[in-house]
Design a protein around this ligand. Structure first.
Ligand SMILES: [Zn+2]
Length: 437
């Protein structure tokens, strides 16, 4: 009875919301509630995963580590226009990499109040592969049976199966049909902890085959040939629905805390991030940087701060969005450390050693030509050693698949100081070596 009442309330509120303000929305406004109906305990599991990331004290020695996430696109199309060209998919990857590293050209537009909290997240993306499946399915949101997920994400249902969600970010690109509740631009599943991604359907969360991001095909890329728009609105598509949805996938919430999702204003709901100010509702696809819907003092700023409408996790125009904050960056990095530990490849820039670097011995150093490298743990995993000179130029690459010490012959190189980058089990370690001649 309570469940039915909740569903009715959600339905009525969503219908009211659809008629009044945001006809266009991100599915994550109500995905947690909908999923909770089918999988009791789901919201608590998501909260636990968030808290785990929030409370994780970073083990990395510096913020210099970069996380690289491989993406698999599933283009599940009906009409030919939905079968996006590779150039659009490549544009989406470029948008993600610029936005997540704060190298986006419009980062300069961040208002001065928030300039100091704008962050390079040190998260990057590579295109692993693109899979294309033609279907006759229609993808329309149905509140009572859930999102059109199974039709999108399972080959047997006319969609396309996820590939190894532990190691790849699966992104399905489809034509999301408008419904009573509005037009979805996309949605994604936040981390809810590995124990909650069972293979069966009986426990708290949907099965792992659902994990990933869904984007409407008209939101992808900065060069989309059919960008989504509605009369009376000035939607500008720059590929940032992907930026936003991957933010959810990495644990971020909307910056207004979703307290006002069903039409009630709420300045008490926080997104759990210290440097994103309270806001009582979403920004409704405009770009009013003076808006200030909550007037309480913010602990982080020591004052009342304006709404951060330029944040990727608001509902601003895509030409308005330009930042993630330091708090959001830390949360996403920690999500990759503790909730999605197998997803990203970690790399360290030259000259920056990770904490575990002491477990690698390199000798003799200085050397006159031959050096040996030995890992403390006796693993025979493949190791790639790349030797760089002081200009960062690659001088030699050596791949070893044998157990025990790795022998490097540097005798053909001129004397000087070199950096050796070691890659093993997706982890980079760098060491300096002096070559005397
Ligand atoms: Zn969202």
């Amino acid at each position: 009875m309570k469940k039915l009442l909740t569903l009715c309330l959600i339905a009525m509120s969503l219908a009211a919301a659809a008629q009044s303000q945001h006809r266009i929305l991100c599915g994550n406004e109500y995905l947690p509630d909908m999923t909770e109906q089918r999988h009791p305990g789901y919201k608590a599991a998501v909260q636990q995963a968030f808290d785990r990331a929030k409370n994780h004290s970073a083990s990395r020695a510096t913020n210099a580590v970069t996380y690289t996430i491989p993406i698999i696109f599933h283009v599940v199309y009906g009409a030919a226009a939905e079968n996006l060209d590779d150039s659009v998919l490549q544009s989406e990857i470029a948008v993600l990499n610029a936005d997540y590293s704060r190298t986006n050209a419009d980062a300069v537009n961040t208002i001065s109040y928030f300039d100091s909290v704008g962050a390079d997240t040190h998260i990057q993306f590579t295109l692993h592969s693109t899979l294309r499946v033609q279907t006759s399915n229609q993808f329309t949101l149905d509140l009572f049976t859930g999102l059109p997920d199974s039709l999108i994400k399972f080959s047997a249902a006319g969609g396309d199966d996820a590939i190894d969600p532990d190691h790849y970010l699966n992104i399905w690109i489809v034509n999301l049909q408008p419904s009573l509740f509005g037009q979805l631009l996309g949605y994604s599943y936040p981390p809810d902890g590995l124990p909650n991604w069972p293979t069966g359907q009986s426990s708290a969360a949907p099965q792992q085959g659902y994990d990933g991001v869904v984007l409407d095909y008209r939101t992808v890329g900065a060069n989309n040939p059919n960008p989504i728009n509605f009369s009376g609105m000035n939607l500008v598509i720059r590929g940032r629905t992907g930026t936003h949805e991957i933010g959810h996938y990495l644990g971020l919430r909307h910056i207004w805390g979703d307290g006002a999702t069903f039409g009630t204003n709420d300045c008490q709901q926080s997104d759990g991030i210290d440097d994103t100010p309270f806001a009582n509702t979403q920004s409704n696809f405009d770009c009013d940087t003076t808006r200030n819907t909550c007037t309480q003092a913010e602990a982080y700023y020591g004052a009342d701060a304006p709404d951060m409408v330029q944040n990727y996790m608001d509902y601003s125009s895509e030409e308005c969005m330009n930042l993630f904050t330091k708090g959001q960056a830390a949360l996403m990095q920690n999500t990759l450390e503790v909730n999605r530990p197998n997803l990203a490849t970690k790399s360290y820039p030259l000259g920056v050693s990770q904490a575990a670097a002491s477990t690698v011995a390199i000798y003799p150093n200085p050397t006159t030509g031959i050096v040996y490298i030995r890992y403390a743990e006796n693993s025979d995993a493949a190791t790639i050693a790349t030797i760089y000179n002081m200009l960062g130029e690659t001088m030699a690459v050596n791949q070893s698949t044998t157990a025990g010490a790795i022998k490097l012959d540097m005798s053909a190189l001129p004397g000087g100081v070199y950096t050796i980058d070691l890659l093993k089990d997706s982890v980079h370690t760098t060491k300096k070596v002096v070559l005397n001649k």
